[in-house]
Write a new protein. Structure first.
Length: 254
């Protein structure tokens, strides 16, 4: 059993072949798909996905940092409304992204902290999106740290020092296609991180692993990530799959 802890299966990039794509993933051994939220414009697509694949997909709720704009208070209200209305498996993906735009940094920080506090109230993990913002992310986590703060550092692309710091805040590292890139860098030190801190993800349709880099990613390609971790950790494919799935269960509680 392989768990994809982060995949946007509701993406319009899958509208033409979603059933076939999910079937390919199942045939590859992927049986659990955790679905991050972005903003209110995707909520119905998420719920439709859950309705069509009730035993396969596990939904999160949250406001993605790149969707923190002038109307971010309305978007946060949308998140809170749904968190109070039904169950989710995590609050995510949330965080700070300074790659595209630094205009709303203070609002991103506020939205990140607010959603962390909701996660604590609901006893849920968080799933962190971080791009060009490690210092800013760690600054918020430092003020919120505790036994009730835990989750996944999605698409981890930092240094060994940053990995260790993320782990110190009860975060697993979400490892995906970047680990297979020649210039991905994280493969150079991952063997120094205990595999108990690792979960698998694709972030599909983004960040396809080698040899599919630059093409649409899909959950079945997670096997390429497993193959890379086999090389890094010296464990079997089955062992990597089993350990990382158990790690995901420890985070999501399911």
């Amino acid at each position: 059993m392989i768990t994809d802890t982060h995949t946007h299966l509701y993406s319009s990039q899958f509208d033409e072949d979603r059933n076939e794509m999910i079937q390919r993933a199942k045939e590859a051994g992927v049986s659990r798909f955790f679905i991050p939220a972005i903003d209110s414009s995707y909520t119905e697509r998420m719920f439709d996905l859950e309705k069509n694949y009730p035993s396969d997909v596990f939904l999160m709720m949250g406001l993605h940092p790149t969707s923190v704009k002038e109307n971010y208070q309305e978007e946060l209200a949308h998140v809170k409304e749904w968190l109070d209305k039904r169950d989710f498996y995590a609050i995510g993906e949330i965080g700070i992204d300074l790659y595209w735009d630094k205009t709303f940094l203070s609002q991103q920080q506020e939205a990140f902290r607010t959603q962390i506090q909701w996660a604590k109230e609901k006893k849920l993990p968080i799933v962190i999106h971080c791009r060009d913002a490690f210092d800013e992310i760690f600054e918020v986590l430092e003020t919120e740290k505790g036994d009730d703060l835990y989750g996944i550092f999605h698409c981890f692309t930092g240094t060994l020092e940053q990995a260790e710091k993320a782990i110190s805040y009860n975060m697993k590292l979400g490892i995906g296609g970047v680990a297979t890139f020649k210039n991905g860098k994280i493969d150079k030190f991952l063997n120094q991180i205990d595999i108990k801190h690792i979960v698998l993800e694709t972030d599909s349709p983004y960040l396809a692993p080698t040899p599919y880099r630059g093409k649409r990613n899909e959950s079945s390609y997670i096997t390429n990530v497993v193959d890379k971790l086999v090389d890094i950790y010296g464990l079997t494919f089955e062992e990597i799959s089993e350990i990382t799935t158990q790690n995901s269960k420890n985070v999501f509680g399911v």
